[in-house]
Design a protein around this ligand. Structure first.
Ligand SMILES: [Zn+2]
Ligand SMILES: [Zn+2]
Length: 247
């Protein structure tokens, strides 16, 4: 079983919602996928424990996906963490992750606990899960992630439009999250996906259940209206605070 705890579904400059992020738990191992604005608070609402998070995976390093990292690390240090934190970052941009860690540790040169900053490719495992990545079409290098445990699988797009590689990666996923910035393909947002393109993935890639997230700010009514019109029981609108069990 894979447990998904939705921490945030907001777009980059959302005035109301935490930035898009989920907490994935398998057999007690906790993986945080992305850590933008509002995400550390969502984590601390769940636990104040220093060791609560085992690893962090960044789909990409736009600020709405990584800007919360210094606060997350500062909290771990303040609460006395000794366990190693593993962070997966874009291969060519690990220096930026290092800079965020150093920013968090100030005025010390390093945090008091070990942090392993690892490239995302090649990636075969994260904790007890099998893991694979594929690039999407986005302004920054973004890698969608597929996690598998036992007979179930979870796909998380990060930002961007699907590519042949990301379509192959999501094919047959038990449950998938796909970015849907725009509520309509007739109002495209450059470098982002839209409701119609995401909805079409259900059949094209044989996905079990598909959740729309990283949606435009204050457009809940537009998305919920389109979902109601479509009446597709496999398609859902993600909301922070929901917990999904994949089994
Ligand atoms: Zn984003
Ligand atoms: Zn982005």
């Amino acid at each position: 079983m894979i447990e998904i705890d939705i921490l945030g579904c907001g777009e980059a400059f959302d005035p109301d919602r935490a930035n898009a992020a989920v907490l994935v738990t398998v057999e007690g191992f906790r993986l945080l996928i992305d850590c933008g604005m509002g995400v550390p608070q969502a984590v601390w609402q769940r636990s104040d424990a220093a060791d609560f998070i085992d690893a962090v995976y960044f789909t990409h390093l736009h600020v709405d996906h990584c800007g919360g990292l210094p606060a997350l690390i500062d909290h771990m240090g303040a609460r006395g963490r000794t366990k190693t934190l593993v962070i997966y970052g874009p291969d060519a941009e690990l220096a930026r992750v290092n800079a965020a860690v150093a920013f968090a540790a100030w005025p010390n040169p390093n945090p008091a606990f070990p942090i392993d900053i690892l490239p995302k490719t090649p990636l075969t495992r994260i904790g007890p899960m099998q893991a694979r990545v594929a690039q999407t079409e986005h302004a920054a290098t973004n890698h969608a992630l597929r996690l598998e445990f036992g007979a179930v699988s979870f796909f998380y797009s990060g930002d961007g439009r699907p590519t042949d590689a990301s379509r192959a990666l999501m094919t047959g996923a038990t449950l998938a999250f796909h970015e849907a910035q725009s509520p309509s393909r007739f109002a495209p947002v450059e470098g982002h996906c839209d409701f119609d393109t995401v909805a079409a993935l259900l059949d094209a890639q044989q996905i079990g259940t598909l959740w729309l997230y990283h949606t435009a700010a204050r457009s809940d009514a537009a998305f919920l209206g389109r979902l109601k019109t479509m009446g597709e029981p496999r398609l859902h609108y993600a909301v922070a605070g929901l917990k999904l069990l994949i089994r």
